[in-house]
Design a protein around this ligand. Structure first.
Ligand SMILES: Cc1ncc(COP(=O)(O)O)c(C=O)c1O
Length: 377
């Protein structure tokens, strides 16, 4: 076993930010206002600005962002929402939580995002909307077509932007591309609040209802009048203070990840057994994940295990298995092997090399050296 350890992900908190967070913590504790207060408001305002939208609503997680959004868009029993099979469970689970049924679709083999043709085929009278997921930080390249489809058919378009803080397409930020954007600040994400999420929208009615739902259905934070069946989906002030610091670092983090990704791409282009995912030139990915595909016939688990012996840990795939092969969706939706051949084909060959903002050039070189030697053996 190697002495060296390269983890798959690592949050980025330079000492200056840790010192600032300690000072913020003191302010928060002395104020006695521990939730939904001035740090949250500042974080929301800055987040809305960074996404170029009117409203940002801070919540407890990416999952709650999705459920609140669907409830604000009036999703209910009998409705169907189209969801790509290649996503995290929350995207589809939130549809169930909101009372409706997710309908899985296949993905595009190049972007790994929802496939437009599969969407068109699956729209029925029951379809209420579509959730597009920006996989690994790559904004779904077909957002414009999806938006036109939704507008012409009276459907909503939600972005599951859990992976896509700071990503953009044609200079338009993720979170501003559909009717509503949903972000996660889970610790593995490009920016984190420990636990947390954010809803972004230009729709006044959605923003107003989301604020009510996240706070137990109270008319407003100071009221005891309950106007909706809400939940405790609030963000703590400590989470918001953390998020503010991370948000101020977001462009630095995206830049650094892009540099690492360019290095990986350049080096991997000389290795015939592995091919990185291509990012179209009109898209800026935040490289939440650096996705690459192993040649058919290479045993992915053996490849990862060999790398690990040298201290290099790959990140979790985005995603394997896709949802239709997960036991719960097989049970609830009756899906089975072979239902979505594109997702099965590409996702089964996917690997995600270590990626974090503060990774050094020396660490990146070590990763590539080990990838080469494992593939060549
Ligand atoms: C695509 C996607 N959607 C939603 C979520 C849910 O976010 P959270 O874990 O903050 O609830 C995640 C989290 O990993 C995700 O990757």
């Amino acid at each position: 076993m190697s002495e060296r350890r390269i983890p798959p992900v690592k949050p980025y908190f330079p000492s200056k930010d840790i010192d600032q967070l300690k000072a913020d913590l003191e302010v928060i504790l002395r104020s006695g206002m521990l939730t939904s207060w001035t740090y949250m408001k500042k974080f929301e305002d800055l987040y809305a600005k960074s996404c170029q939208v009117k409203h940002a609503i801070a919540v407890s997680s990416g999952t709650s962002a999705l459920e609140i959004t669907l409830r604000c868009l009036d999703v209910k029993k009998g409705d169907e929402v189209l969801v790509p099979t290649n996503t995290f469970t929350s995207t589809a689970a939130a549809v169930f939580f909101a009372g409706a049924k997710p309908v899985l679709t296949d993905i595009d083999s190049e972007s790994l995002c929802i496939d437009v043709e599969s969407v068109q085929k699956n729209i029925t009278r029951k379809t209420k909307g579509i959730i597009a997921v920006h996989i690994g930080g790559l904004v779904c390249p077909e957002m414009r077509i999806l938006k036109e489809t939704c507008e012409s058919r009276g459907l909503f378009l939600v972005e599951d932007a859990a992976h896509a803080h700071g990503s953009s397409i044609d200079r338009q930020p993720a979170g501003s591309l559909g009717n509503v954007g949903c972000f996660s600040f889970y610790p593995t994400k490009v920016m984190t609040t420990g636990e947390g999420g954010m809803i972004t929208t230009n729709i006044e009615g959605v923003a107003d209802k989301a604020r009510v739902l996240r706070d137990q259905g109270k008319e407003n934070f100071h009221s005891s009048r309950i106007v909706e069946l809400g939940y405790n989906w609030r963000m703590s002030e400590i989470g918001a203070a953390t998020g503010l610091l991370q948000l101020k670092r977001l462009s630095e983090m995206v830049e650094s990840r892009n540099k690492l990704a360019s290095y990986y791409d350049r080096e991997l282009s000389q290795v015939s057994e592995i091919e990185p995912l291509k990012v179209p030139s009109n898209i800026v990915s935040n490289y939440y994940k650096h996705v690459a595909f192993l040649d058919r016939g290479i045993d992915r688990e053996a490849f990862k295990a060999e790398l690990k012996k040298s201290g290099v840990s790959c990140g979790g795939e985005v995603y394997w298995p896709p949802l239709h092969l997960q036991p719960v969706y097989k049970r609830l939706l009756g899906t089975k092997d072979g239902d979505f051949p594109v997702a099965e084909g590409v996702c089964s060959r996917m690997v995600c090399l270590p990626m974090y903002t503060q990774m050094t050039q020396n660490e990146a070189e070590y990763v590539i050296e080990k990838v080469r030697s494992v593939l060549q053996s």
